[in-house]
Each structure stands twice: as C-alpha cells, then as structure tokens.
Design a protein around this ligand. Sequence first.
Ligand code: FAD
Length: 482
Amino acid sequence: MNPDIVCLRDDFRLDDQPAIAASAERPALYVYVHDQSPRNGRPLGGAAKWRLYQSLKAMERRLAENGARLDVLAGPADATILALARAAGASRVLWTRRYEAAGMALDAAVKAALRERGVEGESFNGRLIREPWEFDRGDGHLPRSFSAFFRRHQSERDMPAPKPAPARLSSAPWPEGAPERAPIEALRLTTTKPDWSGELALGERPGEEGGLAALRCFVEEGLSGYASDRDLASGEATSHLSPHLRFGEVSAIRAAYVVDGVAARQRLRRDAEKFLSELGWRDFAALLLYAHPDLAAKPLRPEFERFPFREDEAAFRAWSRGETGYPIVDAGMRQLWRTGFMHNRVRLVAASFLVKHLLIDWRRGEEWFWDTLCDADPASNPMNWQWVAGSGADAAPFFRIFNPMLQAEKFDPDGAYVRRWVPELARLEAPHVHRPWNATEAALSRAGVVLGKTYPRPMVDHAAARARALAAFEEIKAEPTA
Ligand code: FAD
C-alpha cells in the first residue's frame, strides 16, 4: 500500500490532530522538515528554537509509544517534500494549515506540484478554533475589530469538537532513494546566542503530555477565579498553555472544549468566557496576520509610519536586560530573559514602557520578544505589540500610558513578583518595592539597597516621559505637509 506522508509543523501532538487522524488507517511517514529560510515562514528566534527542540523530542517519544516513528529532514521544505513523495510513491501528503503569507505560498506551490505528479496534497485546520476565511461573508471583508470578530466567533456555529488520538499508528519503512534523515540533535536548535542553560521554560513540561497536564491543572486549580485574577503578575491564575499552543502540543479546540465542559459542570461561566475570549484573541491574531502579511513590519494605522521614534541603543539595552530602574518592568524583562516567558499583564507594562516611556520603535521590542519568548508566535506577537503601540486595528489609544507603579501596585500588591525576579530589592518593604526611589535612606539601608549602585535609579522620569510621549503623538496627529 502506498504510504501517506504527514508533514508535522507546529502541530506536535496526537490528540485532535486532523492530519494524523486522516492517515491513521494506513502506514504513513511522519516527517518534520527543518527549513529556516524566510520562504518557509519567519525564522524562529533563539528561545523558540530551544522550545522546538523540546517539542520534537517529545513528539518522537509520543509517536514511538504509539507504534510510529518521527523522521526528521533538513533542507528546502518544498523540494524535500516533493523528493520524499516521489521516493515513497506516496498517494497523499497531509499537513496542518498556516496563516503567514510566505508559508501559505510555499504550501500552495507544493500542493500544485504534487497534483502534477498525481499526488493529493490535503491540508487541515489543526491550529485555530476558527480560520480567518470563516469570517468572510462573501464580500471579501474580514472583521477589523476584536469585538466584531469575537461576536461572530462565538455565534456562527457550535464550537468544533476535538477528535481523540488514534488508537494506534504505524510508520511505513523509510523509502529507498529518499532524502537522508537527520537526528534531532543535528538541527542544532539548542545552540543559541545566550546561555539559556537552566531556567528556560522553568516549571513547564514541554510536549503533548505536559500540555494536557497543564490544561488539567488549569481547570482544576486556575479556572475558578480566572476572570478576576488573571492579571495578577504571580501568574497562578493563568493556564501557561501558550508554548504548548504555539507548538501545537495541545489544540486550541481541545483547550476550549475542556474548559467549556468543566465550566458547565462547575458553574464557572464567567471564568470560562474570559478564557475563551483569550483563545479568541489568538484566532484574531491569525486573522490579522492573514489579512496583513506584514503585521510585524508595518503599522496597521498608517499615520504611525511617521511616529518620531528615537534611536537609543543604551536605553534599549537597559530595557532588554531589565535595568530600567522601574522594578515591575525589570522583573518582567528578567523573567523573560531567564525563562522565555512573561506574564501577560507584565508584557503589556514592559512593552508600553519601551514604546511610550523610551519612545523606541515597537518593532525593536517585537523582535526582542520574538527572540526570547518560548511562545513567540508570528501572529500574536506583532498583533500585541501593535496593540500596545496604539498602531493596531483596534488598539488601546496611544494617549493611554501605563503608569508602571500603579500597575505594579494593582497587579503585584505584595511585591512578590518583583522580589522574585529582582532579588536585589527582595528585602524592601511592600510600599517601596515598586518605588524604591521614594524609600527613606533608612529603609533602603535596612534592605541593603544603594540606588544607582545595587539597583539603578529610574532611567527616565515618569511624568516627563509621559509628557514627551504625548507630544510625539501630537506630531503624527497633525496632517503631513506635502
Ligand atoms: P492564559 O491567560 O491562560 O490564556 C490562554 C491562551 O490564550 C494563551 O495561552 C494564548 O494562547 C491565548 N492568549 C491569551 N492572551 C492573548 C493575547 N493577548 N493575544 C493572543 N493570544 C492570547 N502570546 C503568544 O502566545 N505568543 C506571543 O508571541 C505573544 N506575544 C505577546 C507580546 C506582547 C507585547 C503582549 C502584551 C502579549 C503577547 N502574547 C503572546 C499574549 C499573552 O501575553 C500570552 O499568550 C499569555 O501571557 C500566555 O500565558 P497563558 O498561556 O498563561 O495565558
């Protein structure tokens, strides 16, 4: 029997994995083709590469436990898949769809080339709850605001149901004359610039089993109270599913389905609705990327092209290393650097600080997050940065400037988050931990803090930075002169 080829890519799971389910009845080749050229989508940043390595190792084990094998190849995705299909005499090649222009174009070209050779190329939605084109009502217009999008997301039809993992799989023998396989280690995914030994993905268990366990833990411990507590920086109320969703170790449909089911039984409607709306943001980001392929490069509001951003390498470095002198920003940036993760509320505050307090281009921040987040996602990352910068479709208005101290006092009320990630402030008492510059000399000395020495003084004054940002915003509001 001619084998199927299942091309795995950001969908490293067996549960609710439609491409694998479709091939489960027959021997197949389960392949991952490593191609980091921009033709195959945005090349991964350092932390995401490290996380991909973990995902591949876990998928290799998962397939082996189920009677199958993960075959890893490296090379141009299109030529490699075509060569493999030819050598295997495959009748079908199956994959999960993506929403980036470059990747979509490559997949369309592969499908056409396969068809010419009499091979069927079949793609599936294995990534989103609803795909972008489901929102086109035939007039070519996609919703531009999240609220319009989410109304339709919820109301169109019943929530799709997840498909269980196949009972057993079988791999076809590796065909003669096929491209040569490589061990996962040969992809050199873990040799990243910084020394990320130790704490990257701290507390996380990469892979499908870890992802499903995180989902179970969330519905048992985090869901009740999610709506009210999800903004607390300690992060105990949120699911920590983002890296699992990013690499497809858990499907968004499965996450929505489990949360919905538990909420109905336990009367946690408000919490579930909030969670489902967060998954909705993830789908919305994919829709925006589909509609605006240059989402990471171009502001959705064209007037922001004229924004007078500053070039300031020293300031950018201080921000990226968590040395701004604003404890909540520094805590977030250090959590990111060390673990590849940052709590959503703190992402908002830290990103806003870069764009509004330092007037540095959001695209630089987006690239930094792209390189350091384990969950770095080609749609969610630029969408959120544009939202923070005020240049997104329905972004927060630019003139709303987060006050880092008030945000910290509200979302890290006892200072535990700051103390954890900025240990030099660990002994400062609660009212001062978010504003060390207001502490008395005696309080600082009791805590062993010497401002400007053991911990930086604020690199900009909040009120002055706010006034400067608003003045910069006035400049782009004025009509450009011809
Ligand atoms: P939960 O609160 O448990 O949410 C459940 C899931 O919903 C998340 O896992 C995520 O998949 C999705 N989600 C939640 N909030 C958002 C959001 N605002 N936008 C899109 N999806 C969301 N998320 C990424 O997955 N990848 C990114 O590259 C990314 N970059 C970001 C950059 C900035 C500047 C900001 C402000 C946010 C970014 N986010 C990104 C969104 C959000 O911060 C993370 O998804 C969230 O912190 C993950 O934690 P969690 O899984 O515990 O979230």
